[in-house]
Design a protein around this ligand. Structure first.
Ligand code: ADP
Length: 610
C-alpha cells in the first residue's frame, strides 16, 4: 500500500509562501472562493474547447460547478466536471508553484503594506493556494478527461502533501477545503454573499448546497450569459432596465445607457448607465464594476472611468486585464488609458445620437445630466469638442435648444449673443422684457452653467453670454433720439446715495417701466470671482464695486411726472427718485437686510403722502 503513496513538500522554496499567503491576504480572504470557482470554470471551458475540436468525447451530464458546504465534516467543496488533471499534470501545475522570481518578488514586497500584495496571488499562479487562507488542509480529487485513473492529493498548511490513487465518477476535480475553526465559510448565507459578489455572472452554472440538508434547490445561483455579452440587437430596453435594477439594487429606471462592444485590440465589453439621481442629498458617486471574463474583480476602478464620469453605474468586462489587478498597475497601464478614452468617446457618441434620434428622451434626461456633462466638458477639452453641438440649454419658457439652434433664432435680434438668467423669479422683469422683444433667455441656475459658458466663449471666440440685466436696454430700446436731462440725472445720483452709479437715457418700448438697471457683464463676473476667492481665502476682502448704470426710460409717463415734480416739490421728487431706484435694484438682485429696511421705510413714507 505504501508503494502507492507519493509524499513530498510543495517545493524547497514554497514553505515561505504559505505563511505569506496567510499573513498578506488576510484582508481579502473572500477571494479564495473566486479563485477556486474560476479555476473550475476554466477547467470546464477547456474541456468544452476540446470537445468542439473533436479531441474529447461529448459530455453527457451538463457542465456545472457545485459548491457544497458540510458543517459536520467542517469542509467546503468545490466540484467541477471539467477537464481534470492526470497525476503528472497535478504534479506539474499544483505541486510546483514556486516560479523563478517568485521568491525575489515576495522578499521585495514583504516589507510593504497589504495593498501591494494583493497582486501576488494572480502574478504567480497562486490562485489555488489562496484556499490556505481559510483551510488548514486541502484535498484535491481529480480525474482527467483522457481516462487516466483518478488521483487524490492532500496537503497541510505546512506545504506537505501526499498523492494517492482515488475513485471518481467522470472527469473533473473536487477541491475539499477543511475550513479553519472560527471562519464562517460553512455558513450558506456567507457563501451566497461571496458567490453573489464574485461569481454572479460566471459562464458556468454554479449550484450552492448544504451537504447536511437533503432538500435540493435545483437552481443555479448565477447568470451565465450576462447582458453585456449579448449583441446590442439582442437586448431590449426592458432587458437593460431589468439588468440595472438587479445589479445596482435601484428600483428607479436609469435615464439611458451605453452598451460598448469594443473589438480588437481593445477587446472589452460593458454597459454604462446614466442613473436617475433623486435629490441633492443622495450620493452621486456611481458604481462601475470591473469583470475579467465574467469574474468580478473590483468596484469603482477610478483608473478606468475618468473622474468626471464617475456618476455612471455599470459593468465593464476586460479580459485583457489580469484577474488580479493592482491600483498601481492600472495607473501606469496604457491599455487602461485607451479603454478609458474609448468609454469617453462612446458616451459622447451616445449624447450626439440621442440629440438627433431621441430628442424627446434626451431633453427629459438633460435636466438630470446637464450639469454633469458641462462639468465633464470643463474637465476634458476633447470631450467638449465631441459633444459641443449636442449640449442643450433650457430656456425660461421651458423649451430646450442647442447653442447652434439658439444662435440661428437670434440672428436678427441678438446675433452671436446668448441672454441668460441665473434666477428665474428675481430676474423675471428682464426676462419678460427680452421675451416681449422676441429674444429667448437661457436658464443658467447652476454655478457650473456659468463656468461652462465662460469656457465656451473662450473656445468659440465669437459667441458672447450676457446675463439679462447686462446691456438689456440696448436690446429693447427704440431707435429714436432722446432728451437727456442733466437735472434728472443729478436727482437720481443724489437719491440713490451711490456715487458709482451712472445715469443714462433711453427710449424703451415698454412705457410702464420708468427705469432699469444695467450691470456690466464683465464687472459682475469680476465681482463673482472675487467673492469666490474671498470665500477660499478668509483674509481677503471680497467686495468689488460692480459698475451699474441706471437707464431712465424717456417714454415713461412716471418720469415725465417726476420731471415736473422736481421743479415744484424737490423733496417729494427725491423721495420718488429714490424709490424708483430701489425698485429697479429689487428687480435685479436680492436685498441685504439694510437695503430691505430702507426700501420698506421709503414705501411707508410715500404712502403717508397719499
Ligand atoms: P492559475 O489558475 O492562475 O493558473 P492556480 O494556482 O489557481 O493558478 O492553478 C494552477 C493550475 O492548476 C491551473 O493553471 C490549472 O492547470 C490547474 N488547476 C487548478 N484548478 C483546476 C481544476 N479545478 N481543474 C483542472 N485544473 C485545475
Amino acid at each position: 500500500m505504501s508503494d502507492n503513496i507519493k509524499k513530498g513538500g510543495i517545493s524547497v522554496e514554497t514553505h515561505h509562501i504559505f505563511p505569506i499567503i496567510k499573513k498578506w491576504l488576510y484582508s481579502e480572504k473572500d477571494i479564495f472562493l473566486r479563485e477556486i470557482v474560476s479555476n473550475a470554470t476554466d477547467a470546464i471551458t477547456k474541456l468544452k474547447r476540446l470537445i468542439s475540436l473533436g479531441e474529447a468525447a461529448e459530455n453527457e451530464a451538463p457542465f456545472r460547478i457545485d459548491v457544497i458546504c458540510d458543517k459536520e465534516a467542517g469542509t467546503l467543496t468545490v466540484k467541477d466536471n471539467g477537464i481534470g488533471m492526470t497525476e503528472e499534470e497535478l504534479e506539474k501545475y499544483i505541486c510546483n508553484i514556486a516560479l523563478s522570481g517568485a521568491l525575489d518578488f515576495i522578499q521585495k514586497y514583504e516589507a510593504q503594506d497589504d495593498s501591494a500584495s494583493s497582486g501576488i496571488i494572480g502574478h504567480f499562479g497562486l490562485g489555488f493556494y489562496s484556499s490556505f487562507m481559510v483551510a488548514d488542509r486541502v484535498e484535491l480529487v481529480t480525474k482527467s478527461y483522457n481516462g487516466d485513473k483518478a488521483v487524490r492529493w492532500v496537503c497541510n498548511d505546512a506545504g506537505e502533501y501526499e498523492i494517492t490513487e482515488a475513485e471518481r465518477e467522470g472527469c473533473g476535480t473536487d477541491i475539499i477545503m477543511h475550513i479553519n475553526d472560527g471562519e464562517d465559510y460553512l455558513e450558506l448565507s456567507k457563501l451566497r454573499a461571496v458567490l453573489d459578489k464574485y461569481c454572479d455572472f460566471m459562464p458556468v452554472d454554479i449550484y450552492l448546497s448544504d451537504a447536511t440538508d437533503t432538500k435540493e434547490d435545483g437552481n443555479p445561483i448565477n447568470e451565465t450569459c450576462p447582458l453585456w455579452q449579448k449583441t446590442i440587437s439582442e437586448c431590449s430596453d426592458e432587458d437593460y432596465k431589468a439588468f440595472y435594477h438587479k445589479v445596482f439594487n435601484d428600483v428607479r429606471d436609469p435615464l439611458f445607457w451605453v452598451h460598448i462592444n469594443a473589438d480588437y485590440p481593445l477587446n472589452f465589453k460593458g454597459i454604462l448607465y446614466f442613473p436617475r439621481i433623486g435629490n441633492e442629498y443622495e450620493s452621486i458617486e456611481g458604481q462601475v464594476k470591473l469583470y475579467y471574463n465574467q469574474v468580478f474583480v473590483a468596484d469603482n476602478i477610478k483608473e478606468v472611468i475618468p473622474e468626471y464620469l464617475l456618476m455612471l453605474k455599470g459593468v465593464l468586462d476586460c479580459p485583457e486585464l489580469p484577474l488580479n489587478v493592482s491600483r498601481s498597475y492600472l495607473q501606469t497601464n496604457s491599455y487602461v488609458s485607451k479603454v478609458s478614452s474609448h468609454i469617453v468617446k462612446k458616451v459622447a457618441d451616445k449624447l450626439n445620437f440621442m440629440l438627433h434620434n431621441e430628442r424627446e428622451n434626451y431633453e427629459k434626461a438633460w435636466g438630470a445630466i446637464g450639469s454633469f456633462i458641462e462639468y465633464a466638458c470643463l474637465r476634458d477639452r476633447k470631450f467638449y469638442d465631441r459633444v459641443k453641438d449636442s449640449m442643450l440649454m433650457q430656456l425660461t419658457d421651458k423649451r430646450f435648444v442647442t447653442l447652434p439652434e439658439y444662435l440661428e433664432n437670434a440672428k436678427d435680434t441678438n446675433e452671436n449673443t446668448v441672454y441668460y438668467a441665473t434666477d428665474r423669479s428675481l430676474q423675471s422683469q428682464y426676462i419678460s422684457l427680452l421675451n416681449a422683444n422676441g429674444i429667448d433667455v437661457a436658464l443658467m441656475e447652476h454655478v457650473v452653467d456659468t463656468q461652462f459658458a465662460a469656457m465656451l466663449e473662450d473656445f468659440d471666440g465669437k459667441v458672447k453670454y450676457l446675463r439679462v440685466d447686462a446691456d438689456v436696454a440696448n436690446a429693447i430700446k427704440l431707435d429714436e433720439s432722446v432728451d437727456e436731462s442733466e437735472k434728472l440725472a443729478e436727482l437720481f445720483k443724489k437719491a440713490s446715495k451711490n456715487d458709482r452709479l451712472s445715469v443714462s437715457f433711453s427710449a424703451l418700448k415698454d412705457e410702464s417701466i420708468p427705469a432699469l438697471l444695467n450691470v456690466s457683464e464683465e464687472s459682475r463676473r469680476m465681482e463673482e470671482m472675487m467673492k469666490l476667492y474671498a470665500s477660499r481665502l478668509p483674509d481677503m476682502d471680497g467686495s468689488y464695486p460692480t459698475e451699474m448704470s441706471l437707464i431712465i426710460n424717456t417714454r415713461s409717463p412716471l418720469i415725465e411726472k417726476l420731471e415736473d415734480l422736481a421743479e415744484s416739490e424737490p423733496n417729494k421728487a427725491e423721495m420718488m427718485a429714490s424709490y424708483i431706484y430701489k425698485l429697479s435694484l429689487l428687480s435685479q438682485k436680492k436685498f441685504s437686510a439694510d437695503e430691505m429696511n430702507g426700501f420698506l421705510a421709503d414705501g411707508f413714507a410715500l404712502l403717508s403722502l397719499l
